[in-house]
Design a protein around this ligand. Structure first.
Ligand code: FEO
Length: 384
């Protein structure tokens, strides 16, 4: 059960771009007792509950599992519970607090911990707490007998496709969206991802399918996305340099291009991105893939251009691991931007490997040579 949201272009308010829409996957496990696992985002509550009623009949829902209380999965709960108010709900302790906080209702909520289970008949639901992956309340539900892991947000993609399973869809699209999802949502929790993967592997559960709450279901070699998460959680990069710049009249752009020339002279690839013209979630993907992040902005009002500042704020929150970098920028009179960028890169956990470069007005040939040297220095650090 679920919703294919072909129209969705922004998620978490306006924070994350979802160029290929998204889905809100809920699941029903049919057995002697029938379980509903998660619901869908609030705007779809009426059609979701109508679909559920048509599919199994609301009175046949024996229990509801709330793997996660974020509105994209629990948003239809209030409307559903108005129709079947006595139905038991299963969630984590933090889930209970969040259900109360969001819905202000007293329902029949049962708190579960890792290893707790509920028998449905032939199948049994086993719960696995996943705190901070990516909310304190998150958990996964494993269906014994069917060997399906209902992983909620983990292993998802903001991706709506005309098919349900990973082997049926365009692989380039699928992997782009899976990586973008990890980079923009799960990066801050990478240490927990590694631990949780080890824990799940050590349980030795047979897993025939991983069914997340966004995007397609992994049925063809489902462990491939688990292996990918282990790789992404471990200071992932592709050895490249990304040169990000925000520019008022083009001087900072000239510096960026010279820095990229320096990188390329050393035989490495550099990706140039004008932050002011780019989608920030896509920029995060390029930062995630890069080993080095060189970031520049013109100085305005003794600080940074707003798009550069926003990218640095996102980097601070996402805390990418194992990145090196440097700062640069042009100015007219006060020239604070490179220093501010250095401070914010350091705050985001980026190791600064070259002095910030500051150019007054338009760069001279000498200034551009200095920019090329900065590019070379960064490249040398990668190759060392
Ligand atoms: Fe897809 Fe954390 O909600």
């Amino acid at each position: 059960m679920g919703v294919r949201d072909w129209e969705l272009k922004r998620f978490h308010g306006e924070e994350i771009s979802t160029h290929r829409g998204s889905t809100y996957n809920a699941y029903i496990v049919k057995d002697r007792r029938t379980a509903l696992v998660d619901t869908v985002w609030t705007p779809f509550h009426e059609s979701f509950v109508a679909d559920l009623d048509r599919e199994i009949g609301l009175r046949n829902v024996s229990l509801i599992v709330v793997n996660h209380t974020e509105q994209d999965h629990a948003g239809s709960l209030r409307y559903l519970m108005e129709r079947i108010p006595d139905t038991p709900i299963y969630c984590t302790r933090n889930g209970l607090a969040m259900i109360e906080g969001h819905f202000h209702r007293k329902w029949n909520v049962n708190v579960v911990r890792t290893g707790d289970s509920v028998d449905l008949g032939d199948y049994r639901l086993v719960f696995v707490e996943m705190p901070m992956l990516h909310w304190p309340d998150s958990m996964a539900t494993y269906v014994t007998g069917a060997n399906v892991l209902l992983s909620n947000d983990a292993f998802g993609q903001h991706y709506v496709a005309p098919h349900l399973f990973n082997d049926e869809v365009d692989q380039a699209e699928l992997w782009q969206e899976a990586l973008k999802y990890y980079a923009n949502i799960l990066t801050p929790f990478s240490d927990l991802v590694k631990k949780k993967i080890d824990e799940i592997k050590s349980l030795g559960l047979p897993i025939d399918m991983i069914a997340p709450s966004h995007g397609v279901i992994w049925r063809d070699n489902p462990m491939q996305i688990v292996e990918k998460y282990a790789e992404w959680a471990d200071g992932y990069h592709e050895g490249t340099v990304v040169v990000l710049y925000d520019t008022m009249w083009g001087a900072t752009r000239k510096m960026a291009m010279a820095i990229a020339r320096g990188v390329e002279r050393k035989g490495l690839g550099a990706r140039l991105i004008n932050i002011g013209k780019s989608d920030r979630s896509d920029v995060m993907v390029e930062i995630f893939k890069a080993r080095a992040v060189v970031l520049g902005s013109s100085t305005i009002n003794r600080g940074l251009l707003a798009d550069a500042a926003a990218v640095l704020e996102m980097m601070r929150g996402l805390r990418f691991k194992g990145k090196i970098g440097a700062a640069f920028g042009s100015y007219g009179w006060s020239g604070e931007s490179p220093k501010v960028i250095e401070e914010r890169l350091a705050e985001a956990g980026v190791e600064l490997v070259a002095e910030a470069l500051r150019v007054k007005h338009d760069p001279t040939e000498e200034d551009l040579r200095a920019c090329e040297s900065l590019g070379e220095k960064v490249a040398d650090r990668i190759s060392a």
